[in-house]
Design a protein around this ligand. Structure first.
Ligand code: PMP
Length: 419
């Protein structure tokens, strides 16, 4: 007989969604989930439902225009309806193009065959495979993760066999980067330790280092021999430019040192459920890179054997085709701009209500999330009285807002902080 206690209680986000689904209020708002919504309707993700039902076919693409003018490309490929197994490392072209997307077209590391890339199950799976690889083959088993960070990070790395420690990242006093604390904590980490870095649009805080601060972090890490492990779940969402968002990673690769990278296409291509992502390991030599690839196969094979084909084909088709790629970048920019405009509107709405406090962090923070600074009690008021659902740390998803819902959110925030 199997005897276990319920695990659901420990999942903050699933609790939020369960409570939201049960709430019959017509004004209810779920700002917990990190999924992009368009302006017109909350039930839309990127696609119209019709797109999801389209057959899988090769060599043709459709553009779907959403009601607000945003368009999204969807792939349909398939005369041949390929459903064969992929190799253990996934779709080779997808891997190559994914590495180029982050490291750059002219990356010397790619040219010198020092990068090994394997397709994994979205960002989560890429982090897990990277974690397992390091636990098996890297001499230092401690990984430093930012405080706070995405709730899944400590669990992924602990289960992968690494020992998890934190470094200071967010300063509640300034609602910005705790730069001094970060440097101090990484400075006292043991030489060779692994450091998890959010490539851009830090989740949950929305606070990213400036380029100058990244340079200092890089110098410190390289001087101490710390190994960077980048988590990139939001490339294109922070600035609206794929290349700009890739700058911190490229800066680390340009110095010739090693690093790991977990890429997710869930958010920036709207392929949440396709579970498509990649793990890259940048090595010092081509010989090491090829040995690393052989060991990654040994990690992947007993874990999920080989990755799914559909999502990777969609991504490869968009990345390989100049026109499709161009359209995708335009759409990414539109999404990033819409999030930025939601930030401004929320800031203006709070100012208009005379809500006490400095809310400038709402416009300063970057990416999908805002760390509002609301405490647990204030979040409870928002949920109980205003039917607004969010995680108890005060994080809201800016991508889940629309012009129509901002006044309601601002009223709730005003009430919560003036109570
Ligand atoms: N890293 C961060 C920081 C995230 O926010 C997310 C998604 N919430 C992921 C990784 C992984 O997401 P997925 O597995 O859906 O790609």
């Amino acid at each position: 007989q199997i005897k276990v206690v319920s695990g659901l209680d420990h999942e903050m986000l699933s609790q939020v969604t369960v409570a939201y689904n049960k709430d019959p209020s017509p004004v209810k708002l779920n700002l917990g989930v990190g999924a992009y919504r368009i302006e017109v309707s909350f039930s839309f993700l990127f696609y119209r439902p019709s797109v999801l039902e389209m057959p899988y076919s090769r060599y043709c693409s459709y553009r779907i225009s959403c009601c607000n003018g945003l368009s999204y490309l969807c792939l349909i490929s398939g005369r041949s309806r390929v459903k064969e197994y992929l190799p253990i490392t996934g779709l080779a072209e997808f891997n190559k193009l994914s590495a180029k997307l982050m490291f750059g077209e002219d990356s010397p590391a790619i040219r010198e065959n020092r990068v090994t890339t394997v397709q994994c199950l979205s960002g989560t799976g890429s982090l897990r495979v990277g974690g397992e690889f390091l636990a098996k083959h890297y001499h230092e088993r401690t990984i430093y993760i930012p405080q706070p960070t995405w709730g899944n990070h400590p669990k992924i790395f602990t289960l992968a066999g690494l020992s998890v420690k934190t470094y200071r990242y967010y300063d509640p006093a300034t609602r910005g980067l705790h730069f001094h604390g970060l440097l101090e904590d990484l400075g006292s980490a043991p030489s060779g330790a692994i450091v998890l870095l959010h490539a851009c649009a830090h989740n949950p805080t929305g606070v990213d280092p400036t380029i100058q601060q990244w340079q200092k972090i890089r110098q410190l890490m390289r001087s101490k021999g710390l190994l960077p492990f980048f988590d990139s779940a939001y490339q294109g969402f922070a600035s609206g430019s794929l290349d700009t968002d890739a700058k911190p990673v490229r800066m680390f690769v340009a110095d010739g040192g090693e690093c790991l990278l977990a890429q997710s296409y869930a958010k920036n291509m709207g392929l949440y459920g396709e579970r498509v992502g990649a793990l890259s390991i940048v090595c010092k030599t081509a010989d090491v890179a090829s040995k690393v690839e052989s060991q990654l196969k040994l990690v992947i094979r007993p874990m999920f054997s080989n990755p799914p084909i559909h999502g990777a084909s969609i991504v490869a088709t968009i990345l390989r085709d100049r026109n499709l790629f161009g359209e995708w970048t335009v759409e990414l920019k539109a999404m990033a701009d819409r999030i930025i405009s939601m930030r401004q509107k929320l800031f203006d709405a709070l100012r208009a209500r005379g809500t006490p406090g400095d809310w400038s962090h709402i416009i300063k923070q970057i990416g999908m999330f805002t760390f509002t600074g609301l405490n647990k009690e204030q979040v409870t008021i928002m949920t109980k009285e205003y039917h607004i659902y969010m995680t108890s740390d005060g994080r809201i998803s800016m991508a889940g807002l629309s012009s129509k819902t901002i006044p309601h959110l601002a009223d709730a925030m005003h009430a919560a902080v003036t109570r």
